[in-house]
Design a protein around this ligand. Structure first.
Ligand code: URA
Length: 211
């Protein structure tokens, strides 16, 4: 595992909220709210090194030179369906970002990702794409989504998740070494069904109440 391209958010409030999310008795309503809150922090971290340039402005009191974001514009790419649970929180922090969606399902036998939907802004080559999906498990969905984005012209991509398994991190880093990964926690391992352990179960089912 390459720790240079992996950022694990070590913050007491994030860890506290994540513990609540892991608990099996946490309600759908609370699960969704906690995911939104943690996603705000993840959005903060993934954008922490965006370039800025100083511009001259007038405050009500005086003039000053003050920074504005100067690099590529942002686009959030949600891997359906669980990625949508992170969208509101990420967009709270970067409300002007464009939003794309990538529909992938996991073949239950092979655990491979199969695409059924892809809709992104036409100018993705000029944007920093922040791919969101709460669970980086086998890495198949993330790898397929990022390959698809690159094939569509994206050149600058970051991946954000809530929980990652070491197997998923390694697979994603191997397939896309240029893509930085930001996560709230790195868990222990993947079980035979492709679930992250200790994990939190099926993130999509828990956020949408479809268990
Ligand atoms: N997807 C989930 O929702 N949970 C896991 O543990 C793995 C993949």
């Amino acid at each position: 595992m390459n720790n240079d391209s992996l950022r694990v958010i070590d913050h007491p409030l994030v860890q506290h909220k994540l513990t609540l999310m892991r608990m099996r008795e946490t309600t759908t309503e609370n699960f969704r709210r906690l995911l939104r809150e943690i996603s705000q922090v993840l959005a903060y971290e993934v954008t922490r090194d965006l370039p800025t340039t100083k511009v001259q402005i007038s405050t009500p009191l005086t003039q000053m030179s003050s920074p504005l974001i100067s690099g590529k514009k942002l686009c959030v790419a949600s891997i359906l369906r669980a990625g949508n649970g992170m969208l509101d929180g990420v967009l709270d922090f970067m409300p002007a970002a464009r939003v794309g969606h990538i529909g992938l399902y996991r073949d239950p036998d092979t655990l491979e990702a199969v695409e059924y939907y892809f809709k992104m802004p036409s100018d993705i080559a000029e944007r920093l794409i922040v791919v969101v999906d709460p669970m980086l498990a086998t890495g198949h969905s993330a790898i397929a989504a990022i390959s698809r984005l690159k094939a569509a012209g994206a050149t600058s991509i970051r991946f954000v998740c809530l929980l990652a398994a070491p197997e998923g991190v390694e697979a994603l880093q191997k397939a896309h070494p240029d893509v930085e990964i930001t996560t709230a926690a790195l868990d222990e391992y993947l079980n035979d069904h492709g679930y992250i352990v200790p994990g939190l179960g099926d993130a999509g089912d828990r956020m949408f109440g479809t268990r």
